[in-house]
Design a protein around this ligand. Structure first.
Ligand SMILES: Cc1cc2nc3c(=O)[nH]c(=O)nc-3n(C[C@H](O)[C@H](O)[C@H](O)COP(=O)(O)O)c2cc1C
Length: 341
């Protein structure tokens, strides 16, 4: 495959609202297709230009393919339910956060911005104050605090990369590496000031690029507050209509044929058919939950699952564990637990 990018005029422009709406976590990749190097670079360039505090550039990444000498070690670190995914993906992006960027690049980062015409006395910036107060104060943060701040930035960079990828028809999913804590850092021999922030599998979708519809979320008003906590920021039906036309809000999953698509892919790969189900009571509770924004297609599927599937029982041994966990977080567990027999 040529690594040459096509002429820019040949690359379809996808408006940003549509690219954001098109994004799905893709869990089935076409293992026979490799994402072009220019597309990977485009995603990384998008990450590079995401906003970063004081222009310190803390986000780095290692781009890995299956022929890498590190692949087997990485496979051992990835959570079990992600192994299939990475093995069908074209590339794995290991996103890293360099904590020393905070301590070692603050002066140059801000200096680069000042020359670039981004910082002005207008906003109160002045060299002496920056050097004697602002930068030393920032640099005195303990690493845990710095880590929190910088990982947030890496998240922004990753979101930029994913959006750019979606705009180019590339599928994405973030994947946990929970099986071997510290394993990724060890695999690559990372210096101690690096944090492995997240794994990101990239490839061409084997499933439809819409992955069977946009996944449900909580209601808008349950998430966003208007001027005061607890005052819902009301969604406007006209804005929702406009966003549907622009492609940010898309038909909700599961679209007709989605479950059959999953079954077909499983059969083609000799894997177990079937999807994950929760107990009847849990599904009924979720359907009745006012916080969630479920449309009729989702509800119909839930009713169909209730009527037709052999659903599991609640694992009784979890009752105490969940009670305890909920108590630790100050959450009333009664709604989440089945009635005591
Ligand atoms: C930080 C992060 C980590 C995630 N880790 C996993 C994962 O390990 N395995 C997985 O299958 N999905 C993972 N996901 C994907 C979410 O489960 C996904 O966002 C959710 O299914 C909603 O679907 P959507 O992304 O298509 O809207 C992760 C998502 C995020 C933001």
């Amino acid at each position: 495959m040529s690594d040459q990018p096509p002429a820019s005029a040949e690359i379809p422009d996808v408006p940003v609202l549509r690219a954001l709406g098109n994004r799905r976590s893709i869990r089935y990749f076409d293992a026979s297709r490799t994402v072009e190097r220019w597309k990977i670079e485009t995603m990384l360039q998008a990450a590079r230009f995401s906003s970063c505090q004081g222009n310190i550039n803390c986000t780095e990444a290692i781009i890995v393919t299956k022929d890498s000498e590190y692949w087997e070690d990485l496979e051992e670190c990835v959570s079990g339910f992600n192994v299939q995914i990475i093995n069908q993906a074209s590339h794995l992006i290991i996103w890293l956060t360099n904590l020393n960027a905070w301590y070692g690049r603050a002066v140059d980062g801000i200096s680069s911005l000042s020359i670039a015409g981004a910082m002005a006395k207008y906003h109160g910036w002045n060299y002496e104050f920056s050097m004697t107060q602002t930068i030393p104060r920032l640099m005195s943060f303990p690493t845990e605090r710095t880590e929190n701040l910088l990982r947030f930035e890496t998240g922004q960079a990753v979101a930029n990369a994913m959006t750019a990828g979606v705009g180019l028809g590339v599928g994405n999913i973030l994947i946990a590496f929970g099986r071997k804590p510290g394993g990724v850092e060890k695999t690559f021999g990372l210096p101690p000031h690096y944090r492995f922030t997240w794994g990101h599998a990239v490839g061409y979708p084997l499933e439809g690029a819409d992955a069977g519809g946009q996944r449900p979320r909580l209601k808008f008003e349950k998430l966003f507050h208007d001027n005061a906590y607890g005052t819902p920021f009301q969604s406007d039906p006209d804005t929702v209509e406009m966003l549907k036309e622009k492609g940010l809000i898309q038909p909700q999953a599961p679209l007709p044929g989605r479950i059959q698509e999953m079954e077909r892919i499983a059969a083609d790969h000799g894997r177990d058919p079937g999807v994950l189900y929760f107990p009847e009571r849990e599904i009924e509770r979720l359907m009745a939950d006012e916080d969630w924004d479920f449309d009729e297609g989702w509800r119909e599927r839930a009713r169909d699952v209730l009527a037709s599937q052999d659903l599991p029982d609640y694992p009784d041994e979890m009752r105490e564990t969940f009670k305890q966990l909920m108590a630790e977080h100050g959450i009333d567990a009664s709604k989440f637990l089945p009635a005591e027999e």
